[in-house]
Design a protein around this ligand. Structure first.
Ligand code: ZN
Length: 460
């Protein structure tokens, strides 16, 4: 090869590298530029430069946040507190994921010159959340720490998503690092538990085990189980607080009989349980509006039979994310599939929509028949255990859970399910950390929150 052709080849290689790099840059630029400029701590959003303007409103157009110049939050202190972990604070301790995600749409960011057009027309993010329901949920939660979430399983709209503890961004607590770390009232203060926490589910997980049993054990509804108060696995046992005697699936669910569920777990086996937990989405993340939820976990690799039994009862190493579990409840309520949740319905500049949500489905998670049977079993729980009078005007189907959290800590209380009424297609979950018994702590809370949701839906 002579010198000239060597040089020509070297030039070709250099040009190829240049073009490759340019292609990569442009790809990154078009994919991510709006995210870069819309970073949560971007001065365009929360600075006082006045360069970007906009607002965030609730599902009824109630003002939750105005951005630009001197930013301001909702008028009601309760609404400010209930919205804090979605809209962020002034000090950058808590971010505003949706504002960051839709910043480019809001402020008319121009991809070609990298500039905001700073049009006179302010952008507006319309949330699916209801300020009234948020305030009612915060009140129902009282001094408890935890999560309340409710969504419409037909449309995917999240009506309620409250995480506590919280505070008023217009009157933040003046805490030293030491106070923050040592004051239990402020445990995880800056943490959005709705999206970023996972919890041991306890007996609300029996819905998952029941679904797997209905789909794989032909005669599961004809079987009976003996509960003497304990099932032995060599030196280990699975126990109930009381002996429940002879129970079928319906009664095992209503009494939350651990011994019956241990016997069901024996029949299912670790592999089938893991396969169905995966299929139900427990171990995957939800993604919407710039938010990614923490995935739950369910790992039975190398587990002994007694550990598989405890896992089927929602203990062992099981972990669920509240929003993900709520979505599974929505799929059961929807006859086997439901809508994926979202929190932004529309972004507009003036009258012009620049983003409108399109509802997406979970796909089929359980068969229509399984969904129907689960609905009947969970309705029976409410009618004969939790009390249907706690939910006037709503056909609530649910399961409570009390999950052990280790050491001498008081158990976490959980309650999850859905409303089986066409006019009120709502799925929900409440987690009260160290709340004690699931039903006694959570039913009164969910009673208030669902009543507020019903009022909200009756407005339209
Ligand atoms: Zn029992």
């Amino acid at each position: 090869m002579n010198r000239v052709s060597k040089r020509a080849w070297a030039l070709v290689v250099l040009i190829a590298i240049l073009l490759g790099g340019l292609g990569f840059f442009l790809g990154e630029f078009f994919m991510n530029a709006s995210v870069w400029v819309g970073h949560t701590n971007s001065p365009h959003l929360f600075g006082n430069s006045g360069t970007a303007a906009g607002s965030v409103v609730d599902r009824n157009g109630e003002m939750l946040l105005t951005i630009g110049g001197a930013s301001s939050y909702a008028e009601s202190a309760a609404v400010r507190e209930a919205m804090l972990h979605w809209l962020g604070d002034r000090e950058g301790k808590i971010n505003a994921p949706m504002v960051a995600y839709y910043a480019a749409e809001m402020s008319d960011y121009d991809l070609l010159n990298g500039l905001y057009s700073y049009s006179d027309v302010p952008g507006c993010i319309e949330l699916t959340l209801s300020a009234d329901v948020q305030a009612a949920a915060l009140k129902a939660m009282g001094d408890h720490q935890g999560v309340i979430a409710v969504y419409n399983y037909e449309t995917g709209e999240i009506l309620c998503a409250v995480t506590t503890p919280t505070y008023d961004p217009d009157d933040p607590p003046d805490l030293s690092q030491e106070e923050l770390e040592n004051n239990e009232a402020y445990d995880g203060l800056y943490w959005n538990r709705v999206t970023r926490s996972v919890y041991t589910p306890g007996s609300i997980f029996k819905i998952v085990t029941t679904a797997a049993a209905l789909e794989t054990i032909d005669d599961i509804q004809q079987q009976t189980f003996e509960c003497t108060g304990a099932v032995a696995y060599g030196p280990d046992t699975v126990t109930c607080e009381n002996a429940h005697g002879t129970v079928d699936l319906k009664k095992a669910m209503r009494k939350s009989c651990n011994c019956a569920y241990a016997q069901i777990a024996d029949q299912l086996g670790a592999d089938t349980l893991m396969r169905y937990v995966g299929k139900f989405g427990i171990t995957t993340s939800l993604k919407f509006d710039g938010i990614t939820t923490k995935a739950g976990s369910f790992d039975l690799s190398g587990a002994a039979d007694v550990e598989v039994a405890w896992a089927a009862i929602g203990q062992y190493t099981d972990q669920i994310n509240p929003l993900q579990y709520m979505t599974l409840m929505g799929a059961i309520a929807g006859g086997g599939s439901g809508a994926e949740p979202h929190m932004v319905s529309r972004v507009a500049r003036g009258e012009d929509p620049v983003y409108e949500v399109r509802s997406t489905s979970t796909g089929r998670l359980v068969s229509a028949e399984t969904a129907q049977i689960l609905t009947e079993l969970m309705r029976n729980n409410v009618e004969n255990n939790y009390g249907s009078s706690n939910f006037p005007g709503l056909t609530v189907c649910a399961k409570s859970g009390t999950s052990q959290v280790g050491g001498d800590q008081v158990s976490n209380a959980l309650f999850s399910g859905f409303v089986a009424d066409e006019e009120y297609p709502l799925a929900f979950i409440v987690v009260v950390e160290n709340g004690g018994y699931g039903s006694s702590t959570c039913v009164p809370i969910m009673s208030e929150v669902l009543a507020a949701c019903k009022d909200e839906m009756d407005k339209n």
